[in-house]
Design a protein around this ligand. Structure first.
Ligand SMILES: Nc1ncnc2c1ncn2[C@@H]1O[C@H](COP(=O)(O)OP(=O)(O)OP(=O)(O)O)[C@@H](O)[C@H]1O
Length: 306
């Protein structure tokens, strides 16, 4: 397996006149395989952007090492920089340029022809917006244009910082489809996010970051499985008789109640679901298996807040 990125014991401290030293990145190490969809997931201020910008060569670390496609990102090597794309914030577009002009400007910057610019616009579904001013795009369209600009020179590796930050759920899902396709073409994609759902939906592996540290790295499913947490089955309260509740407890299930709901924590969800169906106690049924939120809670002792 070839590595697209290797990060070793990275550390970056900012000195703030008021707050003093802020350790933004505190000994972070991880690697990303070629072709992988990799996420850095963490709450606000975790150090995600700083880590990403160091990898991109936009910031230098105080200590530690980074290799991108086998090379250090500093000092800048134009040959290396051509091999990756960095999604700029949509707000950094020139507001008086039309969509087509904006992507052509990027294409020219990279010495890429207009045909490739048009194909990239098509790729993100913006061909019919080529003559629209960038300032008139919706949030989702602007995000897709910023991805097109980062892709126009056909890079092997794409970096995205909070790509779906301001988007509504539908626009976010459209963007996820675009990102999945980009990764399916064989490109490595690295993104930062504070949306658990986004990390779960897109990433092969996720680095969970908090207070500058990488707490764990694995696939979302493996991280959740490692918790070995019971499945929580919830139904509306008042549907189970005392005898039925006792039967569940005798089988080792834990019962609790909250907000008019009966919560059954079990190691044997199949049996419990069969029992509930037999007892016709399925009103407001929901089944919760451990997810990244539970992983974060287990790793930090804090609830996840988006
Ligand atoms: N240039 C800077 N000067 C001083 N402090 C900084 C600077 N850049 C980042 N920080 C601080 O470093 C810490 C990590 O910031 P960073 O932006 O990397 O986190 P993040 O996980 O990307 O958060 P967010 O999702 O809010 O962008 C924060 O406490 C932030 O305030």
């Amino acid at each position: 397996m070839s590595l697209a990125i290797e990060v070793t014991d990275l550390r970056k401290v900012f000195t703030d006149r008021r707050a003093g030293d802020i350790v933004a990145v505190d000994g972070a190490s991880f690697s990303v395989a070629e072709g992988e969809f990799f996420g850095i997931l963490g709450p606000n201020g975790a150090g995600k952007t700083t880590t990403l910008e160091i990898i991109e060569g936009l910031q230098t670390p105080d200590s530690g090492g980074v290799k991108v496609l086998g090379q250090s990102p500093w000092p800048h090597d134009p040959k290396l920089m051509r091999r990756f794309g960095v999604q700029l914030q949509a707000s950094s577009f020139f507001p008086f340029l039309k969509v087509g002009e904006q992507i052509n400007a990027f294409a020219e910057l990279y010495g890429v022809g207009g045909e490739q610019a048009a194909a990239t616009l098509e790729r993100v579904g913006l061909t019919d917006k080529a003559k629209t001013l960038t300032s008139k795009l919706s949030g989702g369209q602007a995000q897709r244009l910023s991805i097109a600009c980062a892709l126009v020179h056909d890079p092997e590796l794409l970096f995205l910082d909070e790509p779906s930050g301001p988007l509504d759920p539908q626009a976010r899902r459209n963007l996820w489809d675009v990102l999945r396709d980009i990764n399916a073409e064989g490109r490595t994609v690295v993104l930062t996010t504070h949306y658990m759902e986004e990390a779960e939906a897109l990433c092969d592996r996720v680095a969970i970051m908090d207070s500058g540290r990488i707490l764990d790295v694995d696939s979302p499913a493996s991280l959740a499985r490692a918790l070995d947490a019971p499945t929580r089955i919830t139904v509306a309260a008042g549907q189970l008789s005392g005898e039925q509740r006792q039967q569940l407890a005798n089988a080792g299930d834990e019962l609790s109640g909250r907000n008019g709901a009966e919560i059954i924590s079990t190691r044997d969800p199949k049996r419990v679901l069969t029992q509930l169906a037999n007892w016709e106690a399925l009103e407001d049924l929901s089944v919760h298996t451990a997810n990244l939120e539970d992983v974060f809670l287990a790793l930090t002792g804090r609830e996840w807040r988006e």
